[in-house]
Design a protein around this ligand. Structure first.
Ligand code: 6PG
Length: 252
């Protein structure tokens, strides 16, 4: 049973009992957003994240009833970020979504806009930017209909990490992020692109994230120390789906 904790203008926070509750609520939101977007714009363009939290959502979307409520021919997938690994690598965000969702639904191959993690990071980022510009046919910022984000324990989202210079990027749509070993280098959408989305959906679960989340959802200025705290849609709206563990005491 979800509890709507707070609706403030364009931001709502829903506390669900567990990850299953988050995933089912997110699947319903995805279905509704896709229906509305296809009805108005005849397409639904999403940018999704990797990590573990959204995996159950992807599985739900590939199964009834959600699967049959989505017009997959008009859904287009991009990624908020990708690890610089081949697409068959277990760490690939593409592989996660492909195995759990995209390989199980009738989505045309041409609707899947993979970031080529196997290429040199700068080259992959440039190619991804060109793909986005060509798809949206625009010179300014693309408007993704829905961006699905997770949040790390340090408040990172996509592959925008605390203190990273990529957080200051205002011209490019996607940039390489060079991380120390054993992490993988990444490609990530930039803040201006993410904040230009029509709808942003954060999925956050687990007590390890409660402290940072309470800062980000609180009213203090500390939120801006965290990349997830810098997400504030310019025109769109934002929904946080969190579980009791992540809500901790200050939010739940
Ligand atoms: C990635 C993700 C990343 C993720 C957070 C949360 O490529 O790893 O895009 O930003 O959303 O790290 O990960 P979990 O869902 O596994 O906690």
């Amino acid at each position: 049973m979800e509890t709507v904790v707070r609706v403030e203008g364009k931001r709502s926070v829903q506390v669900l009992s567990d990850l299953e509750g988050i995933s089912q609520e997110a699947a319903s939101l995805f279905v509704n957003a896709s229906r509305d977007s296809v009805a108005i714009r005849r397409r639904f363009v999403v940018a999704i994240s990797g990590g573990s939290t959204p995996r159950r959502l992807y599985t739900l979307l590939s199964t009834a009833p959600y699967r049959d409520q989505i017009d997959w021919r008009n859904v287009y997938f991009f990624w908020a970020d990708e690890r610089c690994v081949p697409k068959g690598n277990e760490e690939s965000n593409f592989k996660t979504a492909f195995d759990k969702l995209l390989s199980k639904v009738p989505i045309p191959d041409g609707n899947i806009h993979r970031i080529k993690g196997e290429e040199e990071p700068e080259k992959a980022a440039r190619a991804y930017e060109e793909d986005i510009k060509k798809f949206f046919g625009m010179s300014g910022l693309p408007v993704f209909d829905l961006v699905i984000l997770g949040m790390g324990e340090d408040g990172h989202m996509a592959s925008l990490f605390p203190g990273s210079k990529s957080l200051e990027e205002t011209d490019r749509l996607a940039v390489p992020v060079y991380l120390d070993k054993p992490n993988w280098n990444r490609i990530t959408l930039t803040l201006p692109v993410l904040n230009n989305a029509a709808q942003i959906l954060f999925l956050v679960a687990g007590s390890s994230k409660a402290a940072v989340l309470s800062e980000i959802l609180g009213d203090g200025e500390k939120k801006r120390q965290f990349p997830a705290g810098l997400i504030s849609p310019i025109k769109g709206n934002m929904t946080w789906l969190i579980n009791q563990e992540a809500a901790g005491k200050r939010i739940g």
